[in-house]
Design a protein around this ligand. Sequence first.
Ligand SMILES: NC(=O)c1ccc[n+]([C@@H]2O[C@H](COP(=O)([O-])OP(=O)(O)OC[C@H]3O[C@@H](n4cnc5c(N)ncnc54)[C@H](OP(=O)(O)O)[C@@H]3O)[C@@H](O)[C@H]2O)c1
Length: 293
Amino acid sequence: MRVAVTGGTGFVGMHTVRALAKAGHDVVAIARGTRARLLPKSVKFVRADVTDSANLAESFAGCDAVINLVAIIREHGSATFDLVNRVGTEHVAEAARTAGVPHLIHQSANGADPNPAFPYLQTKWAGEEAVVGSGVPFTVLRPSLIFGPGDGFFTLLARVIRLTPVTVIAGDGSTLFQPISIDDVAQCVLVALQRGPSHRVHTIGGPEHLSYNDIVGIIKAAIGAHRFTVHAPVPAMVPLAFLMQTVLPNPPLTLDQLRMLPVNNITRLDSVSAAFGFEPESFGDNADYLQDY
Ligand SMILES: NC(=O)c1ccc[n+]([C@@H]2O[C@H](COP(=O)([O-])OP(=O)(O)OC[C@H]3O[C@@H](n4cnc5c(N)ncnc54)[C@H](OP(=O)(O)O)[C@@H]3O)[C@@H](O)[C@H]2O)c1
């Protein structure tokens, strides 16, 4: 199949385009271009910004599917959640409709919700609405946190643990997550592509519900870091999160993440096998890649 992947140069995008190319698909990766040189040689790159719909429909022409992986987890400058995650997805869905694309596979996020208290999740929800209401046959995936080489969350956490003498956890660390491997997310996309539009929203996660404390423990064991852990009250972390997001290009903690902290990020333990027919990998058994970062 000929497949366009918007956001094809990001963490999920790189793994997905490699898996698509390996499976013999003809792949066009679309992004603004910061990491285009890392794409496999067989993958065509088209420069486009989803916040400006100008050449999107043209890039989708003749495609059997569009896979939309563009979103931001942190706002920076003019790139707001609303502009990239909602308006950008509206542009992708509209362009897919104009180009007559028969299947739009859209990556949302577990917890997507209309509640404006959580702007990232609210704009991910609005993006889903744009896809579902576009008239383009669709499949929506809502993964929990994704782990694997190049990930944002686990790698950054491993670096912070390695660099600091004491590990500080905001709150009691009991919030639950269901990490899913990047290879399994890419495999879900491949299965969705082969099956065709499901017209459903599939929430997917790995085989374990892990608390934040569990995740920190797994990372410490994987990288061999023997550190004490202390729990800090969430209000005490607010000034630190504000400082980090103001001065650091890639902050380990933001105010938005602190707000989302009490919300569990889990689904059924059999979500992947039930919807996609295979058993996903455990984070606990596959965290060794963090030793390389
Ligand atoms: N990572 C996770 O744990 C996780 C969990 C659940 C859901 N998700 C979802 O999975 C998707 C991919 O996430 P990711 O972790 O791969 O993010 P990422 O690494 O930040 O990649 C984002 C991609 O989007 C492109 N992009 C950003 N702004 C753009 C714009 N205005 N126009 C065109 N392209 C743009 C980036 O390339 P350029 O900067 O070169 O444009 C890059 O290719 C997102 O929808 C995210 O919400 C991720």
